[in-house]
Design a protein around this ligand. Structure first.
Ligand code: SF4
Length: 552
């Protein structure tokens, strides 16, 4: 059968009419597909440099402003002073102001102190000292003006940092184990593969027009430290009984409003094959992914229709031209791999993992941190997919003093269970889609829980995650939290619409991975949320069996 006939057969079999390029369905089918085809989104950079930065915000046409700018990590931010009741009711231009959020991608989460300093300086000089560590190992800045973007790129790119494809329908930042290359427990170090994927494929027009965002993760750790079950593609370290260490391949995970856990394809990928296999899977998504309806475009929908067996067959026969060996599954583990605390590296030095509260830092703090890290003889830090930060290469005898100095900066290496496991998305402070405040609410809640649950906090010897979203999207992964809070408007006791949350309970990744239960009718106002969580935690502590986790 010829390739064309084969594709035609596939069209008849299951999936025609969904806007799959491989089946000849290349007509632009919605506004996003149209602007992507009319002009490669990466091309907007030249216009930013040559025109918009000189002529200002008003000179930016809407298809660049709300479309192509994302490919360079730029989103307009929410106009200040609008509350959640206006979300969804105003036109985009009424919800936004003339400033941007700028996302800096940090593939593998790996930063030098020189890079940390560059981000800190950009934040201080161009972003009103704002900076958030995200749960995808990015750093986001706010209050950025288009006039300053070329100078920001010059500063960041001068130290090897990119905003290229940090947002948009393209390969986003590649998550990597924050302890790659240093952990005593590592099966293999995937740093080479992450760097090679970034070098070959990020900013490459072959992959700059995907049906939707494409999230990748690679770890050689046996802990669940890159949330591999909820990425479009993940490589997880395994040991093959005959072939030695390599990777198990997972595809089709994602959260948002239709959550789905990734599936194993059952293949074993040798370390040197990772970039090629990554490109092949990404090509399947580009060619066969659904482009007709944007909310059905992520790879998970194609996988749901095809199943893992057929996906593997297309990968091997149509894209790689060879079969991959069968491989073992990674051992599921309850370890959530956030790497907080002091841990010995394989070279005898230590890394110290700290918990900035809900990922919020600042440019000034990053600059102070760079100085502190260097004064301890290190030049390396790592970001984690849990909004945490690691300082590497600390001599054993200096761990305690560094830990104290980090704490003085608000970076706790021994945080309470609540400070350690609470995450929050951007929320109404800057996000146009938000209904509620998230980071402020989560920070207040941590303080309340630390105070009111002081009598039982030492009994909580298992992770207890609280994830807070500002809308039904799942940037803070609410469905896989022990306590997930989905921001929405709710009615208070007086019948007034106020900020609040739908509660999800009992989600987890790793061992027994599954989504939290959306408890019917269980909603809380934002004002009542801390007291609600306090009751849930107190009941858990009171009723649990020894060793029982929240998710079980
Ligand atoms: Fe914005 Fe919603 Fe994502 Fe939060 S979850 S950052 S409110 S889109």
């Amino acid at each position: 059968m010829t390739l064309t006939a084969d594709r035609a057969t596939r069209a008849r079999e299951t999936t025609g009419g969904k806007g799959q390029w491989a089946l000849g369905e290349t007509e632009p089918l919605n506004a996003n597909e149209r602007f992507k085809r009319e002009d490669d989104a990466l091309n907007v950079r030249a216009r930013i440099e040559q025109t918009y930065s000189k002529q200002g915000f008003a000179s930016i046409p809407t298809e660049d402003l709300h479309g192509r700018f994302r490919w360079w990590g730029l989103y307009t931010q929410r106009k200040q002073g609008l509350d959640g009741r206006q979300t969804g009711h105003l036109e985009p231009h009424e919800l936004e102001d003339e400033y941007f959020m700028l996302r800096v991608r940090v593939d593998g989460g790996a930063l030098t102190t020189g890079q940390l300093r560059a981000i800190g300086e950009v934040s201080r000089d161009y972003a009103r000292d704002s900076a958030d560590i995200t749960d995808r190992q990015n750093i986001q800045l706010h209050w950025v003006r288009v006039e300053d973007v070329p100078a920001i790129w010059e500063r960041l790119e001068g130290v090897g940092l990119l905003t290229t494809e940090a947002c948009g329908d393209c390969p986003r930042v590649v998550l990597g184990s924050p302890v790659a290359g240093i952990s005593k427990d590592e099966l293999l170090d995937p740093t080479w593969a992450i760097e090679e994927i970034q070098r070959r494929y990020v900013g490459n027009p072959d992959f700059s027009n995907l049906p939707r965002k494409f999230k990748s993760a690679i770890t050689g750790m046996l802990t669940n430290d890159v949330v591999h079950e909820i990425n479009d593609i993940s490589f997880v370290g395994v040991r093959h009984p005959e072939l030695g260490p390599g990777f198990d391949l997972w595809v089709g995970g994602g959260l948002s409003t239709n959550p789905r856990l990734a599936e194993r394809l059952g293949v074993f990928v040798r370390e040197e094959e990772v970039p090629d296999v990554w490109a092949a899977v990404t090509s399947i998504f580009r060619d066969y992914g659904y482009r007709r309806l944007r909310h059905k475009a992520r790879l998970k929908f194609l996988l749901a229709d095809w199943g893992a067996e057929r996906f593997r067959e297309v990968l091997e026969q149509e894209y790689l031209g060879r079969a991959l060996p069968d491989g073992p599954a990674p051992e599921p583990t309850p370890d959530r791999g956030d790497h907080v605390g002091a841990h010995e590296q394989k070279d005898g030095k230590f890394y110290v993992g700290v918990a900035p509260t809900v990922g919020r830092v600042s440019g000034t703090l990053l600059l102070e941190l760079a100085d502190l890290v260097e004064s301890y003889g290190s030049q390396r830090v790592r970001l984690t997919p849990h909004q945490k930060l690691l300082v590497l290469d600390v001599p054993r005898r200096r761990v305690n003093t560094l830990t104290r100095k980090l704490a003085a900066l608000g970076l706790e290496a021994n945080p309470s269970v609540f400070r350690r496991h609470t995450m929050a998305c951007t929320g109404i402070e800057f996000c146009k889609l938000a209904y509620v405040d998230t980071k402020g609410m989560a920070t207040r809640t941590i303080g309340v829980l630390e105070e009111r649950l002081a009598d039982v906090i030492d009994e909580i010897d298992v992770p207890l995650s609280i994830h807070v979203n500002g809308c039904p999207n799942s940037c803070a992964r609410i469905q896989v939290a022990d306590i997930g809070l989905k921001g929405q408007l709710v009615k208070d006791a007086d019948g007034e619409e106020v900020e609040g949350f739908q509660v999800h309970l009992g989600g987890t990744l790793g061992l027994d991975a599954g989504f939290g239960r959306k408890v019917r009718g269980l909603k809380t106002t934002a004002a009542e949320a801390p007291a609600y969580i306090e009751r849930v935690v107190r009941n858990f502590v009171k009723d649990r069996e020894p060793g029982e986790r929240f998710a079980t």
